[in-house]
Design a protein around this ligand. Sequence first.
Ligand code: NAD
Length: 298
Amino acid sequence: MAVAKRIDGKAKAAELAESITRDTAALLDEYGIKPGLAVIIIGEDPASQVYVRNKKRTAEACGFNSVQHTLAEDVSQADVLQLIDELNNDGAIHGILVQLPLPDHLDEQSITQAVAPSKDVDGFHFVNIGKLTAGHTADAFVPCTPAGCMLMIEDELGRDLSGKNAVIIGRSNIVGKPMAALLLQVNATVTITHSRTKDLPKVVAGADIIIAAVGRPNMVKADWVKPGAVIIDVGINRVEKIIDGEMKMGLTGDVDFDDVSTVAGAVTPVPGGVGPMTITMLMANTLRSARLAAGLEG
Ligand code: NAD
């Protein structure tokens, strides 16, 4: 029985982080510039706290100036917008990130759109989305998760995906849609599927590349998969699973890893696949923002 390659996102992310750390030290050495990343977290959502902690730790390890603004759950929209405005005008800050989801009383769209496009290292501003869609990625910020997925796909299949069929499961603004734009840019034939897609397994069966970004544990099975396909599992689901011989809460993806591994060519695990790459791409975007601001790129 064939066994797919396990794509080690953790190792790749660590390698990338090393090169970001080296480039950050050189930027400070040669130009006296230290990349600054400001993270705004609102409320007490436990998953968000973990993500923000990881981002801060990675930013510090890369040698960045890492600033965290923790705002109360009931903060007003005006106060959030004022903080973003201050950060937009702070020369020491090159990247601004507002951790999602936001409490219900806040308007997510006007908050994400208040971040200056030149500091929008999450790639959520309409200016950056427009540039990505138009194929102008030279000075755009690409959302971190799809950007990380692309690097892993490139490792498996190269930079030109002419003739390859890519099927994306999920059409979110954060993952599915930008993923489609990136795949199109390197000549893949792209299908975006979603909850209203008819006969999803049949559509997925034609894919040389599968990107699963749904949020349903172990949804993609071996009998959906074309032999040799490359599978990128973006999903993060909290489930009970056996860890060290005991039932505990743990993370699993949208892909049944063991099952698809009997058919696929390469698969990302969860955890240890897309997640670590996402954080590292945030650092890559922040370093790039600092270099762009200094006129060293673009
Ligand atoms: P979302 O909820 O915004 O979108 C989910 C998408 O899945 C929707 O487009 C929906 O149409 C589709 N969908 C739902 N049920 C479906 C079904 N039965 N068949 C086909 N499609 C279906 O989610 P998102 O923000 O894109 O995140 C998706 C998953 O990826 C979540 O588990 C999330 O936690 C994870 N995620 C991981 C990272 C990372 O860094 N690894 C980053 C972002 C999101």
